[in-house]
Design a protein around this ligand. Structure first.
Ligand code: PGA
Length: 252
């Protein structure tokens, strides 16, 4: 009932020329895969070029961040109005944004509400640090990030939300969570928090992705879990064949 979604988060990688090359290398094979929502999230600089390449396909395009205001004196920022000219999705609250750029549950929430206002599908990232994991705070942290980040979202928009559970200790480390551990957080922490916010039916309709060192080799373990509805892929999304294999693995 929930269509799996796999998104590639390219982070700060690829020039425009390299982005074109990467899309050319995976586009045809990605197009052939049905039954999975496919999303590419290149850096801002490459969004226009990639949008042109993806035009007329069923491959979606996402930004990796945005500001919450529509326009104005915010040097260096990109607004939801600009993002939605080319994108259908936007990654919000990635742990790298929280760690290096001071994003908080409150700023993430403002951005989520801006996405709602502009009809962009937010991919809202949450997840505990290694220290929080080791001291048994995972459930508390993830629950708080879910409730605070989604405060004020309308019941009508809520089914469009996409949550990405990304334990910070698993991102870019090659040490993915186990499928079982991720399933526990999705099923027993995030989905109950969504139920509290939006009720049972809507909570069941919201996709919860896993992210953190996902590869073609470990993807099937995650996608076999009933509450893991896809993946947010970093490093492996920069390799055409590997990313296509991960998307293929998400087909139900
Ligand atoms: P990774 O990154 O797949 O390279 O661990 C995932 C992410 O940060 O979204």
């Amino acid at each position: 009932m929930r269509t799996p979604l796999v998104a590639g988060n390219w982070k700060m990688n690829k020039t425009v020329a390299e982005a074109r090359e990467l899309v050319a290398g995976m586009g045809q094979n990605l197009k052939r895969i049905q039954g999975v929502e496919k999303v590419l999230c290149p850096p801002f600089m490459s969004l226009v070029a990639v949008a042109n390449l993806l035009g007329g396909t069923d491959i979606g395009l996402g930004a990796q961040n945005m500001h919450w205001e529509d326009k104005g004196a915010f040097t260096g920022e990109v607004s939801p109005v600009m993002v939605k000219e080319f994108c259908q999705y936007v990654i919000l609250g990635h742990s790298e944004r929280r760690t290096y750029f001071g994003e908080t549950d409150e700023t993430v929430n403002r951005k989520v509400l801006a996405a709602q206002r502009h009809g962009l599908t937010p991919i809202v990232c949450i997840g505990e640090t290694l220290a929080q994991y080791e001291s048994g705070q995972t459930a508390d942290v993830v629950r708080r990030q879910t409730l605070e980040g989604l405060k004020g979202v309308d019941a009508a928009f809520a089914p469009r939300l996409v949550i990405a559970y990304e334990p910070v200790w698993a991102i870019g480390t090659g040490k993915a969570s186990s499928g079982e551990n991720a399933e526990f957080v999705h099923r027993d922490v995030i989905r109950p928090a969504l139920r509290e916010l939006f009720g049972e039916e809507t909570a069941q309709s919201i996709r919860i992705l896993y992210g953190g060192s996902v590869t073609a080799a470990n993807a099937p373990e995650f996608f076999a879990q009933p509450n893991i509805d896809g993946a947010l892929v970093g490093g492996a999304s920069l390799k055409a064949e590997e990313f296509v294999a991960i998307v293929q693995a998400a087909v139900k």
